[in-house]
Design a protein around this ligand. Structure first.
Ligand code: ZN
Length: 429
């Protein structure tokens, strides 16, 4: 099986053809198309396949909202070739058996690499460590652990988890939300808007105190912490400080991600009580949006991660306070990043959406440069397109799409996963 990707602009720079055989890039340069399947990439930008550190696929347990297959389809359409599937399913991914099941379902779907994230604590209960070592040693080779949806709020448990994963180079991804400062009902950034709308406040400090604590625990344990969905200027300040210190003694390993929606949407959207905009952590004011954008550009935040969170209608279409938290994100992430940060170079887009997330998750065959010998994970993007999002044109089983009706910059045209075309001309193959 051979494929020629014809006339792509590699990272928006030089134009070349890519010859792909047996899932690997064999040649870069002028390549004759004769005898090969051809992907026309004239005018398109080629990037390494995108990698999402933070996806909710809902299977097992909520197959009405998403399945591993439907989520894989949405991922491929969004230009992804690997996703990390969060552990807050039913049952929770807290055993080797559960992790292997998710991994196998991902292989059966066959569109993107699906890597299960293991729970940090049993049943996401926050008390007893899950089978971290067994999950790592299983066929699923779990390296990223998270109780996402919940914060590992007990400092002693967090310390133990960090010590445990250090032994095999794992990382704990923290959903930073101090439950005493922002409880389960908290659903709107605490400030003028929450006061006016009468919604329970979710103050930025509830995130920042956990970020500050966990960067200190990472240093103390000499282990790796990753901060999920950073949403405030205060968190950015802590991360910037921690990274500056890490340069000095070399023993701090702190990484962070931001979601597309926190790069573009603000608290002001909540005025109509539309539950589409209810998400955790909540949308923040413009000054926080500006801070996370700047942090992504300067490398204080390493990666964009979708926090793709599909929900069935009957869970989302409620009064704002009662609706489920979360938004779709896989199919629109690249367009949102291009729209929020139009001056970001394509090389930097590749860094924050592919190379860095692959490195954080320890995925050696993802996020590789487009050169001879690399696994052929490629996305081809039309930089001039600006399609309007239609929530009914989606591979996801859910419709909680905050981008419906918006024009987003650029469009994913083709996706290639391990040498196989998964998306051609914007449609699943
Ligand atoms: Zn979360």
């Amino acid at each position: 099986m051979s494929l020629v990707i014809k006339g792509a602009s590699l990272l928006g720079e030089r134009t070349a053809d890519l010859l792909v055989e047996d899932g690997v890039v064999r040649e870069v340069g002028p390549v004759s198309a004769a005898g090969h399947d051809v992907l026309d990439a004239d005018g398109l930008v080629a990037l390494p396949g995108l990698v999402d550190l933070h996806t909710h696929l809902r299977e097992p347990g909520r197959e009405d909202a998403e399945t591993i297959l439907s989520g894989s389809r949405a991922a491929a359409l969004g230009g992804y070739t690997a996703v990390l599937a969060m552990a807050n399913t039913t049952p929770v991914t807290d055993t080797a058996e559960a992790a292997v099941r998710v991994w196998e379902l991902g292989r059966e779907a066959g569109l993107v690499d699906v890597h299960p994230v293991g729970a940090v604590t049993r049943g996401l209960g926050g008390e007893e460590l899950a089978e971290l070592g067994l999950m790592h040693r299983s066929r699923a080779r779990v390296r990223v652990f998270s109780d996402d949806g919940k914060c590992v709020h007990d400092a002693r448990v967090m310390r133990r988890a960090l010590e445990y994963v250090r032994a095999f180079g794992g990382v704990v991804s923290q959903h930073a939300q101090d439950p005493a400062l922002a409880g389960p009902a908290s659903c709107c950034h605490e400030g003028e808007v929450s006061g006016r709308l009468g919604l329970p406040g979710w103050p930025g400090i509830a995130e920042e105190v956990i970020v500050a604590r966990d960067v200190m625990l990472a240093r103390h344990t000499r282990s790796r912490v990753h901060i999920a969905h950073v949403s405030t200027a205060g968190s950015v300040e802590v991360l910037r400080w921690a990274r500056a210190q890490a340069g000095r003694d070399g023993h701090w390993a702190v990484t962070a991600e931001v979601t597309p929606h926190h790069l573009l949407l603000t608290t002001d959207l909540l005025g109509g009580y539309d539950p589409t905009y209810k998400v955790n952590p909540p949308l923040r004011p413009q000054e926080d949006v500006d801070a996370v954008r700047e942090a992504l550009v300067d490398g204080t935040i390493d990666a964009v991660a979708t926090d793709h969170a599909p929900h069935a209608r009957h869970d989302k279409e409620h009064a704002f306070v009662d609706a489920a938290f979360g938004m779709l994100g896989l199919e629109t992430a690249l367009g949102v990043v291009r729209t929020a940060l139009p001056d970001l170079s394509w090389a930097d887009v590749a860094r924050v959406m592919s190379t860095s997330p692959a490195r954080i998750a320890g995925l050696e065959d993802q996020g590789r440069p487009l050169e001879v010998g690399s696994p052929a994970h490629v996305v081809l993007v039309d930089p001039a397109a600006a399609p309007v999002v239609d929530r009914d044109q989606s591979a996801s089983l859910s419709r909680n799409n905050p981008w419906h009706g918006r024009r987003l910059a650029s469009r994913v045209v083709h996706t290639v996963h391990r040498g196989r075309v998964t998306v051609r001309d914007g449609a699943l193959v």
